[in-house]
Design a protein around this ligand. Structure first.
Ligand SMILES: [Zn+2]
Ligand SMILES: [Zn+2]
Length: 355
C-alpha cells in the first residue's frame, strides 16, 4: 500500500505526490478515503489562495468532505474496526473549553479543521483521524453520499437556526450548492412552502428537482417583491441568505415575515450597509451561522432513513487522477453543477466524468 495526495502547488494548479502512509496515534483511526467532495471553500482557495485572513503559503492539500473505510485503529479506540464504512467530520474541536462543553463546539477557538490553513485537507488516499470525530455510515448509504454529509450538515444547521418546521414558509436566496442543501434540509424538516431565488435558470431547475415549490429568476426582477407576492404579502418566515452578497442581504430584510428569522449562511466578506427599520417594525431577527454542530449523526440518519435523497443532487464524479481537472471544471461550470465529488475507490457506480 502506498499513500498519495493531490497538492495545490500554485493558484489553479495541483499535482499528485507520494506521501507517507499514516500510522494511527492513540485515539485515531486510519481511513482509506473513497470519495472527496469539492466545496466552495476548496474552489476559492484553489483560485485565489486565500479566504479572508486564511492564507495558503505553502504546498497544500485541499478537501474536507470525505467518506471511506477504516484500515487501522490506534490505541484506546473502541467502536471501530478495519472494514468499517465511515464519515469523518472535518473539524476537530479541543473538547475541553467552555464552548465545547456547552455543545457549541463549532465555535471552539482551538478548532482544527481540514483544509483550513494551517491544516491540510483530505484529498489523499489514506488519512489518520481522531476517532471521536468519525461516524459510522450504514450500509444503506453509498459512500458517495457519505462524503456529502458535510454540506448537508451546513444546510441542516441553517434550517435549525431558522427554526424550520411544519406550517412555515421559507425563501432561499442563492441556488448554489449550499442553497440546495438548505432546501433539502427545509423540506425534510417539514417546511411547507420553499421558494428559491437565483440569477440562473439552470439553478432554478435544480431547485425544482430538489423540492422547491416556487422559484424566482432574480435577474431583472425585484426578488423581495416577488417573494412578498408569493407569500400573500406576508413575507417568508425563514429567509436564508446563501449567496454571501450585500444585495441579497438587503432583499432578505425586505421579504422576511413579521417575527421571522433571517439566517446568514453565505460568507459576508465585505462591510454592508443595511436599513434595519423594516426589521425593527417586524421584530425580525438575523442569525449568522458558522459551519454546524452535532449534525453529522442527524445527516447520516436522514440519509439512511431515506428522508433526504442526495441522488437528486446528481453529483458529478471525477476520478482521483483527474483532481486538478475536476477543480478547474467545477470552477468553470459552477452554475450547473450542484456538487463535484472525486472518486478514489469506486463503489458500484458507473458514470464518471472523464477528461
Ligand atoms: Zn464543505
Ligand atoms: Zn474547545
Amino acid at each position: 500500500m502506498k499513500n498519495q495526495q493531490f497538492v495545490m502547488t500554485g493558484l489553479g494548479r495541483m499535482e499528485l505526490q507520494d506521501c507517507p502512509m499514516p500510522v494511527p496515534a492513540p485515539g485515531e483511526v486510519v481511513i482509506e478515503i473513497h470519495y472527496v467532495g469539492i466545496c466552495g471553500s476548496d474552489l476559492h482557495f484553489f483560485r485565489f489562495g486565500r479566504i479572508g485572513s486564511k492564507v495558503i503559503d505553502r504546498p497544500f492539500v485541499l478537501g474536507h468532505e470525505c467518506a471511506g473505510v477504516v484500515t487501522a485503529v490506534g490505541e484506546g479506540v473502541s467502536g471501530f474496526a478495519p472494514g468499517d464504512r465511515v464519515v469523518p467530520e472535518p473539524g476537530v474541536p479541543c473538547g475541553g473549553c467552555a464552548l465545547c462543553r456547552s455543545g457549541k463546539y463549532n465555535l471552539c477557538p482551538d478548532m482544527r479543521f481540514l483544509a483550513s490553513p494551517p491544516n491540510d485537507g483530505c484529498l489523499r488516499r489514506y488519512m489518520a483521524y481522531p476517532a471521536r470525530m468519525v461516524f459510522h455510515l450504514p450500509d444503506a448509504v453509498p459512500l458517495l453520499y457519505g462524503a456529502m454529509a458535510e454540506p448537508l450538515a451546513v444546510g441542516l444547521h441553517a434550517a435549525r437556526m431558522g427554526r424550520a418546521g411544519l406550517g412555515k414558509s421559507a425563501v432561499i436566496l442563492g441556488g448554489g450548492p449550499i442553497g440546495m442543501m438548505t432546501l433539502l434540509a427545509c423540506r425534510a424538516m417539514g417546511v411547507t412552502q420553499v421558494i428559491v431565488a437565483d440569477l440562473f435558470e439552470k439553478r432554478l431547475e435544480n431547485a425544482v428537482r430538489l423540492g422547491a415549490q416556487e422559484t424566482v429568476l432574480a435577474s431583472g426582477t425585484d426578488t423581495a417583491e416577488a417573494v412578498l407576492e408569493r407569500t400573500g404579502g406576508a413575507g417568508a418566515d425563514l429567509v436564508f441568505e446563501t449567496a454571501g452578497s450585500p444585495v441579497t442581504l438587503r432583499q432578505a430584510c425586505r421579504c422576511v415575515a413579521r417575527g421571522g428569522r433571517i439566517v446568514l449562511v453565505g460568507n459576508q466578506t465585505e462591510p454592508v450597509t443595511l436599513d434595519l427599520m423594516p426589521l425593527m417594525v417586524r421584530e425580525a431577527s438575523i442569525h449568522p451561522i458558522y459551519r454546524y454542530r452535532n449534525l453529522f449523526p442527524v445527516a447520516i440518519e436522514a440519509l439512511a432513513a431515506g428522508r433526504i435523497d442526495l441522488s437528486l443532487a446528481e453529483p458529478s464524479i471525477f476520478p482521483f487522477e483527474q483532481s486538478e481537472y475536476a477543480f478547474q471544471y467545477t470552477t468553470e461550470h459552477g452554475q450547473s453543477i450542484i456538487k463535484s465529488v472525486i472518486e478514489l475507490v469506486p463503489e458500484n457506480r458507473t458514470e464518471v466524468v472523464s477528461q
